[in-house]
Design a protein around this ligand. Structure first.
Ligand SMILES: C[S@@+](CC[C@H](N)C(=O)[O-])C[C@H]1O[C@@H](n2cnc3c(N)ncnc32)[C@H](O)[C@@H]1O
Ligand code: SF4
Length: 370
């Protein structure tokens, strides 16, 4: 059997950021305790001692905002239920506000080998306007403590398109993060999700964000700047120093099988997608009430193209043929057009988006879907 991956969702946060629509809640200790009891049961329920686990991603919400012992218990249960490979990548997401030496030392002790900080920006005005509780100083300190505690594989999340941002300010943030020697950056374009406080403020014209066109310019400049610092893009939003690509992310993009444990989590096993309820009380109180959906051949081909083209690895024509889609035949005219206009390249059976065309990746992908 092939290796699988595990995603564990910790849905708690100390406060809700204005832009965020993730499945996350500000909850009390009783709910947290009950949640972890159920999470352990869910992992136990899926036990399979023939399955090797190559990566674990503990995400959220904010895993650092709960008692670190809960995280230890989760890893313990995973080790009991599956075969955890000795070289498995184990990531935890952290918020600078809830990170401290004690927690980081503990994470290191229990085998976590990659940390991902939600930094978003190192500009205090922007941070305040998007409802982050930390300031630039606290964010930098959290990264320094992680390094002190022995973490080398440090990733940071940065947002493009937040209030008060200019390319210069974005570059200043990135420059400081590079100085701190972070190895990996996820740079996300801000999505103005419906029903968030930020979207409401934008609609009421109380606050403004850079236009979409401006964000694409920021993104293209950022790519060039990071490249000049030897931090390379391996996926549309993900950049790293050589050898620090996130194994777990690559697994998602190559349609590797994974378990998703926790409220709102998704799994992908034997061509089936399973989705847990997004209601935390239903998750705690009901029995494994996940929805099951069979991924059709067409959907699998679409995902393969959409995810693959967003990466530097591109898509392999022969792999697609094996899946039942002869892209060179079915999309002959579109491929010629895109190659002639330097949007994509085709070399040794691999199609890739040209380096300077990631800003219009979605439009390119749409042309190549079945
Ligand atoms: C689960 S959070 C990371 C850890 C922690 N909760 C924190 O925020 O510090 C994952 C990341 O998603 C990104 N994100 C959240 N809402 C977003 C939005 N509306 N648009 C784009 N990215 C978003 C942020 O960069 C955030 O760091
Ligand atoms: S961005 Fe992170 S800390 Fe903020 S509400 Fe979303 S999950 Fe919680």
């Amino acid at each position: 059997m092939n290796d699988r991956m595990i995603y564990v969702h910790i849905p708690f946060c100390d406060s809700k950021c204005y832009y965020c629509n993730f499945c996350s809640f500000v909850s009390n200790d009783i709910v947290k305790k009950k949640y972890f009891e159920k999470l352990i049961k869910e992992i136990e329920h899926n036990s399979n001692k023939t399955v090797k686990i190559s990566s674990i991603y503990i995400g959220g919400g904010t895993p650092s905002c709960v008692d670190e012992k809960f995280i230890g218990e989760i890893l313990q249960q995973i080790k009991k239920s599956f075969i955890l490979k000795s070289n498995a990548e184990i990531t935890i997401e952290l918020n600078p506000c809830s990170t401290n030496i004690k927690k980081l030392k503990y994470y290191k002790e229990i085998g976590i080998n990659r940390v991902s900080f939600g930094i978003q920006s190192l500009n205090n005005k922007s941070l305040k306007l998007i409802g982050r509780k930390h300031n630039s100083k606290q964010a930098k300190m959290a990264i320094k403590i992680a390094k002190k505690c022995g973490f080398d594989n440090i990733s940071v999340d940065v947002l493009i398109g937040i209030p008060k941002q200019s390319f210069l300010k974005l570059k200043t943030t990135i420059k400081k993060l590079i100085k701190l020697n972070v190895k990996h950056l996820s740079c996300y374009m801000l999505i103005n999700e419906p029903n968030t406080k930020l979207t409401k403020m934008i609609n009421q014209k109380k606050i403004s964000v850079p236009s979409e066109d401006k964000c694409v310019i920021f993104y293209n400049k950022l790519f060039k700047y990071l490249k000049s610092k030897k931090i390379f893009r391996y996926e549309i939003s993900n950049f790293c120093k050589k050898g620090y690509e996130c194994i777990h992310n690559i697994g998602y993009w190559t349609l590797k099988e994974y378990y998703g444990f926790g409220v709102g989590a998704h799994s992908f096993i034997s061509n089936q997608r399973y989705s847990n309820t997004e209601n935390i009380f239903d998750y705690i109180n009901c029995d494994y009430n996940c929805e099951k959906e069979n991924l059709s051949d067409r959907e699998k081909i679409e995902e393969f193209i959409m995810l693959g083209l967003r990466t530097k690895y591109g898509i392999n024509i022969l792999d697609l043929k094996k899946m039942g889609f002869d892209i060179t035949k079915e999309k002959k005219d579109d491929i010629s057009f895109l190659i002639n206009n330097k949007f994509i390249t085709q070399k040794d059976d691999v199609i890739k988006i040209c380096e300077n065309k990631y800003g219009v990746a979605n439009q390119i992908i749409l042309k190549l879907l079945p």
